[in-house]
Design a protein around this ligand. Structure first.
Ligand SMILES: [Zn+2]
Ligand SMILES: [Zn+2]
Length: 371
C-alpha cells in the first residue's frame, strides 16, 4: 500500500492554491524523500503568486515554494551520508538546496554551480509530484545537496537556510564585502534582515537598512543595523540617497544590496554606491520588468554591478554554522511573524501581500507548518 500526502498545487497567478493528494514516492537509489516540517513564504513566491511577470504562468499546475526544512522520511539505497559525509538516517533533520545544477555544462565545470543555466529547469522533472516546499513531503532528486541540521538550530531557524540566508551569504561574498565596509540594505524583509546580520558577522563596520514598515525597521536594528532609513519619513529617492550619503561621510556604501524586488529600487540604489563600490542585485526576479539607469554613473563612478540567484553548495553548511554561532545574538525566529497550516495557504499569501498599503495587520513574514 502506498502512502499519500497533501500538497498545495499552484493554480496560476491570481488564482491561488488547491490542496491535492499525491503518492509518497519510493526514492531512486540516489534520491531522498523528505517530510517537510516548515516552509517559508519568500518574496519570490509572492512575485509568482501575484503574477508580476506573465512568464510565471508557466509555474501553474506544480507544487510551489522553495524555502523549507524537514526530516528524512526515506533514503535511496545509495545514500548513507549527507553532502559533507556525515552519517544520515531516517528521521534526521536536514537543510537542502531546491535547485539542481547539471554538472554537465561550462559553468558547472568551472565550479560556478550558482550560474548553471540548467539549475532551475531541472527542478521540475521528477518521479514525484512533491517538487516544492508547500507539501507534506519533498522529493530531493538524485544529486541534490543535503546537510544535517545541528540540534541547536530549530525548525523555524532552519527554514530560511536554503533560500534567504544562503542567498545573501553567497551574494555578499560574491560582492567582495570586506572587513570594515559600510553596507546599505534596500528592503528589510526576510532576505534583508538576514543580509544585515551576515554583513555584520563578515566584519561590516556599519550597516544601514532601508524600509517603510515600522516593525521591520525595529527588527532590522535587532539584526544589527546601525542605522535605519524610514521610507515614510524619506519619501523620495533623492531624500534617501542624501540620507545614505550623510551617514557615510558623503561617500555612499561600499556594498549596496537590493532585496526589495522592484525595478525602481535599482537606479536609486546605484546612486547609493560609493565610487568604486559594488551594487549587489538579488531581489528583481520578475522577467521583463525594467528600470531606467544612467550607465555613465557606472563608468564615472567605477561601480560594479553583481547579480546573483541561488548559490554554491558550501553556503548551506556555512549558513547552519552561522545560526549556531549567532543563536543568542540575533532574533532569527522572529523573522516569521505568523504561521499558517497547509490548508490555510491561500490566507497565508493574502496576508503576506506587501502591496496592501497602510494595512496595519500586514504580516511581516509568514510560514506554513505542515502539522
Ligand atoms: Zn526565496
Ligand atoms: Zn550546469
Amino acid at each position: 500500500m502506498t502512502d499519500t500526502g497533501r500538497a498545495a498545487v499552484f493554480l496560476g497567478p491570481g488564482k491561488g492554491y488547491e490542496i491535492q493528494e499525491f503518492d509518497v514516492p519510493t526514492p531512486e537509489p540516489d534520491g531522498i524523500v523528505i517530510e517537510v516540517s516548515m516552509a517559508g513564504i519568500c518574496g519570490s513566491d509572492l512575485h509568482i503568486w501575484r503574477g508580476d511577470s506573465p512568464l510565471f504562468m508557466a509555474m501553474a499546475g506544480g507544487v510551489a515554494g522553495h524555502e523549507m526544512t524537514g526530516r528524512v522520511h526515506s533514503l535511496g539505497s545509495n545514500i548513507k551520508t549527507d553532502s559533507l559525509g556525515k552519517p544520515l538516517k531516517e528521521g534526521d533533520r536536514v537543510a537542502y538546496a531546491y535547485f539542481y545544477p547539471c554538472n554537465r555544462c561550462y559553468q558547472c565545470n568551472r565550479g560556478e554551480f550558482a550560474a548553471c543555466p540548467q539549475k532551475v529547469a531541472r527542478m521540475g522533472a521528477s518521479i514525484s509530484r512533491f517538487s516544492g516546499a508547500y507539501g507534506q513531503y519533498y522529493y530531493l532528486k538524485p544529486g541534490g545537496w543535503v546537510f544535517k541540521v545541528p540540534d541547536q538550530v530549530t525548525d523555524a531557524m532552519a527554514t530560511p537556510v536554503n533560500c534567504a540566508l544562503s542567498q545573501v551569504t553567497y551574494g555578499l561574498q560574491h560582492a567582495g564585502l570586506r572587513y570594515g565596509d559600510t553596507v546599505v540594505v534596500q528592503g528589510a524583509g526576510g532576505l534583508g534582515l538576514n543580509a544585515i546580520a551576515v554583513a555584520k558577522e563578515m566584519g561590516a563596520d556599519a550597516v544601514i537598512a532601508i524600509d517603510g514598515v515600522p516593525g521591520r525597521l525595529e527588527l532590522a536594528k535587532r539584526f544589527g543595523a546601525d542605522e535605519v532609513i524610514d521610507i515614510t519619513e524619506n519619501p523620495t529617492p533623492m531624500d534617501r540617497i542624501a540620507k545614505v550619503k550623510g551617514l557615510t561621510g558623503g561617500r555612499g556604501g561600499d556594498v549596496v544590496v537590493e532585496v526589495v524586488g522592484i525595478p525602481e529600487a535599482v537606479p536609486e540604489g546605484l546612486q547609493m554606491v560609493r565610487e568604486g563600490g559594488t551594487y549587489l542585485e538579488i531581489g528583481n526576479i520578475s522577467f521583463g520588468r525594467t528600470a531606467q539607469i544612467d550607465p555613465s554613473q557606472l563608468v564615472w563612478g567605477s561601480k560594479r554591478v553583481q547579480g546573483v540567484v541561488m548559490y554554491d553548495p558550501w553556503v548551506i553548511p556555512e549558513a547552519l554554522e552561522f545560526l549556531v554561532r549567532t543563536k543568542d545574538k540575533y532574533p532569527h525566529e522572529d523573522v516569521v511573524s505568523h504561521t499558517f497550516a497547509l490548508d490555510e495557504i491561500n490566507e497565508a499569501f493574502q496576508n503576506s501581500e506587501w502591496l496592501r498599503e497602510g494595512d496595519a495587520t500586514k504580516v511581516n513574514r509568514a510560514a506554513i507548518t505542515m502539522r
